[in-house]
Design a binder for this molecule. Structure first.
Ligand code: NDP
Length: 482
């Protein structure tokens, strides 16, 4: 069976303990590879390698770093199909989705930051008659990047690309649940001749390998994407050490549909924003609010379309709904469907585990589920489920729906459907979300600030913001003697 290895100091190495964890294929429920169960000893040697690589890497020109990163891009593009298949097997998502979204986005992340670093400029402030100040931005040193399982290579590269482009050296930990494409990336980094120690990938459990990265005194910043509770734990260790922190956390996003919307466009997109990647995208809209005059029509049409989504082996091209990522996650989602019923929710479609035949008979499949008749403040409508489950709720006024939308502790993203421009502006201003899509969903421009408010996180990724995160700013004040 394939044994994944850590990538430390430019080489693939076993974990010091030689202990491994099982890696499951969610579509079959079978173990198909083994993951290093790394601990603080592996993290220590990764950090040591990164520290040694830092002086040379940070002093390279942005163009030289660009060239290194673009060599990795060419190799990802070359291996697009095999990487997409690996992502699908590891995560359970349809291969077609991995090939259309996840792997191309990893390419874009590297391209965007490799080139962005060549276009940075810094500020100068003239204190008239006295001095000129300029801002010097220097790479922080060794930084830690920790990513989740839902968009494995996509979110992993979203962190390491700006860190590397800014001149930092990285110790990264992908989710132990989906380590495969990060492992394949490490092989591509070797082939691309990325200098040794610049990027180090340590596999293993969050509580062991992840927390060793967070707690290490030589790691200057942590860029983390994952659950809110994990983020709070990381902050409690990193904040007293005065590390820089970027936390992208959970969500419970509202999708607000006004009766004057472009109906067909809204309906098509709402199916996607509810169930893409089995609802396991932090930006999925899990609470759908519909203006009352449209409610019954929307309900009938939406449920009909959701019932048509094909649940199948993620490797076949007809598959639209793949497996959810793990057995514990499957059980968590099913427990929320139970809870919804206890809270008087009425299941309009779905609600059950699906047993496929053949190769996928042991896989973790759940029917896309639509639930109505729930109060906006019940647990089902307040807590993150992170699966193929949405609730639908009617509303009468703008004020009422904004109260519902903002009633959760999260504030990641929101979607608004209306043809009324003034209303779109008004609602966007009041919504407590870091990202607001009007008449669209997941339309991304990598230059824009990405992140959430409230318990959805601290800081923003994306654009020059992410490059700045990985640098320390200095003000240099030069007195002028006239
Ligand atoms: P987790 O918080 O469980 O894990 C995220 C990462 O942190 C994993 O690599 C995990 O390792 C690691 N980790 C866990 N415990 C620690 C620790 N004590 N110290 C350091 N690292 C640790 O999240 P999930 O992987 O379950 O991802 C789902 C969550 O991510 C959802 O809440 C979702 O909303 C959120 N998310 C947010 C996004 C955003 O942009 N705001 C985007 C995508 C997802 P391991 O799994 O190996 O134990």
């Amino acid at each position: 069976m394939l044994k994944i290895e850590n990538y430390i100091n430019g080489e693939l190495v076993k974990p010091v303990s030689e202990n491994y964890l099982d890696n499951f294929n969610p579509a079959t429920g079978e173990v198909y590879s083994l993951i290093p169960d790394s601990d603080e000893k592996d993290v220590e040697s990764a950090i040591e390698a990164a520290r040694k690589a830092f002086p040379a890497w940070s002093k390279m020109s942005a163009e030289q770093r660009h060239d290194c990163l673009m060599r990795i891009v060419s190799l990802i593009e070359r291996d697009m199909d095999s990487l997409a298949e690996a992502e699908s097997v590891d995560n359970g998502k349809p291969k077609s989705l991995a090939k259309a979204v996840d792997i191309p986005r990893a390419v874009s992340n590297f391209k965007f930051y490799a080139t962005a670093a060549m276009h940075t400029a810094t500020e100068a402030h003239e204190t008239v008659g006295q001095a000129i100040n300029y801002t010097l931005r220097q790479p922080l040193g060794v930084v830690g990047c920790i990513s989740p399982w839902n968009l494995p290579l996509y979110l992993f590269t979203w962190k390491i690309a700006p860190a590397l482009a800014a001149g930092c050296c990285v110790v990264a930990k992908p989710s132990e649940i989906t380590p495969m494409t990060a492992y394949l990336l490490s092989k591509l980094c070797i082939e691309a001749k990325l200098p040794k120690g610049v990027l180090n990938i340590v596999h293993g459990l969050g509580a062991k390998a992840g927390s060793a990265i967070v707690a290490h005194r030589d790691v200057k910043a942590i860029s983390f994407t994952g659950g809110t509770k994990t983020g709070a734990g990381i902050a409690s260790i990193a904040a007293p050490m005065f590390k820089k922190l970027s936390l992208e956390l959970g969500g419970k996003n509202p999708n607000i549909i006004f009766a004057d919307c472009n109906y067909e466009e809204m309906l098509k997109t709402t199916v996607l924003s509810s169930f893409s990647n089995q609802g396991q995208i932090c930006l999925c809209g899990s609470r759908v609010f519909i203006e009352r005059p449209l409610y019954e029509k929307f309900k009938a049409d939406f449920v009909e379309r959701v019932k048509q989504l094909k649940i199948a082996d993620p490797l076949i091209k007809e598959s639209i709904v793949g497996a959810v990522v793990s057995r514990p996650h499957l059980e968590k989602i099913l427990s929320y469907i139970d809870l919804a019923q206890k809270e008087n929710g009425k299941i309009l479609c779905g609600g059950k585990q699906v047993k496929l035949e053949g190769r996928c008979q042991g896989g973790y499949f759940i029917e896309p589920t639509v639930i109505e008749n729930l109060a906006h403040d019940c647990r089902t409508n307040q807590e993150e489920i992170f699966g193929p489950v949405v609730t639908i709720t009617p509303f009468d006024t703008e004020e009422e729906v904004l109260k519902y939308a903002n009633s959760v502790e999260y504030g990641l993203s929101a979607t608004v459907w209306t043809e009324n421009l003034s209303r779109a502006h008004r609602v966007a201003e009041i919504l407590e979300s870091g990202i607001i899509w009007v008449n669209s969903w997941l339309l991304r421009d990598l230059r824009t600030p990405f992140g959430g408010m409230k318990q959805s996180g601290v800081g923003r990724e994306g654009g020059f913001e992410a490059l700045r995160f990985f640098t320390e700013e200095k003000n240099v004040c030069i007195k002028i003697n006239y």
